[in-house]
Design a protein around this ligand. Sequence first.
Ligand code: BV8
Length: 229
Amino acid sequence: MNVFILTGAGVSAESGLGVFRGPGAAMWKRYDPMQLATPEAFARNPALVHDFYNMRRRNLIAASPNAAHVALARLEAQLARRCGALTLVTQNVDDLHERAGSRRVIHMHGELLKARCASCGAVSDRRDDLAVDSRCGCALRPHVVWFGETPLDLDEIFAALEAADLFVAIGTSGAVYPAAGLVRAARGRGVRCCELNLEASDNAAEFDDRRYGPASEIVPSWVEEILAK
Ligand code: BV8
């Protein structure tokens, strides 16, 4: 069985990392992610954008994976033992899937614990703060995909979607494209689609199966159901 999973900020919400929309988004009192996650904001006020990501990087380092991340790592290991495969694509820039044990994670919106050279594009690990004068020879920026920029690894993502027998979206509002359009591509291939979320997403109507509740509760029980089949 080849399972394709797309996760969003909701899968990390119970690890305290905050979400962009819906319940829990209020944590962004000081910063508006929709305004700051853009190349224009970085060009206009790089210090403020660095502050935004430095705060999130520090939160991430202090955070831990939750039961949803652990369950998805277990699903990956069990499917591999049964000659199946899990492709885990995340919109999240945190490393909680990896810290929970997931071995293959595609970060289509980049990674908070990496920096990128604004000139040559070289990517490096980065756990401490970035500042306007952070340099590798040129200026450094967070290695995240901002609005208006092209998401990463799209060829690999669409190739995995072609091979999927099941598409599952977890903890995502279905508000950001092209990620939110992946379910329609799966449906177009006749693949069964399931949504696991706190509440109905913007594209809930695209799903055959919809389950609602906190990810730390509904994801482990859904994984056990899949593995019992
Ligand atoms: C692109 C990284 C061209 C940075 C992010 C009109 C139509 C179509 C597209 C567009 C359009 N207008 C503009 C666009 C393009 C734009 C877009 O989609 N805008 C939206 C706002 C309309 N997209 C882009 O610019 C993308 N690039 O289009 O390039 C292109 C296209 C195709 C091919 C080649 C090139 C780039 C988008 C990436 C932007 N970067 N993040 C950072 O993190 O700071 S997006 C940002 O939103 C985060 O990554 C976040 O993950 C992502 C998506 O949000 P979600 O993950 O879904 O999170 P959200 O908070 O929205 O929802 C959380 C959900 O969890 C909620 O449903 C909630 O109920 C639930 N939840 C809460 N608690 C729990 C829970 N669920 C379970 N348990 C809980 N405890």
